[in-house]
Write a protein of this length. Sequence first.
Length: 151
Amino acid sequence: MHKIPLHAGFTCPNRDGRVGVGGCTYCINESFSPNVKETHITIKEQIEKGKAFHKKRCGAEKFIAYFQSFTNTYADVETLRSCYEEALADKDVVGISIGTRPDCVTDDILSLIDSYTKKYHVWIEYGLQSNMTKHSSTLTEDTITRSFWTP
């Protein structure tokens, strides 16, 4: 089983001005997500491309749809549902992993994600690189750090 990194076209509040601009220091998506610059490629096409690569490279047969780039809950619930379900529609996809920030996950979004747990493996990756404020300020992620510790 292998993760297929997907780019759904989302941005991040630390890029679009809601919280900051420029993104976090560690978030250079081109280094770990091959589809980040190819915004015209559908999720289905990214899945097919990823499956072919991993099948050839290591014989993988089952896959995790990995929404990795930027903040993958930074949209309305219907947009998220459409993206997630496009990935989960592939017969070889057995799970979903969603990279996000705690300040971008509402109860409605959690309910949507929870609805997939009966049929699929589900992970939510919260982007906390350091819980030390000293480090956070240099990473431009202060809001994320506060979100982890504030109910």
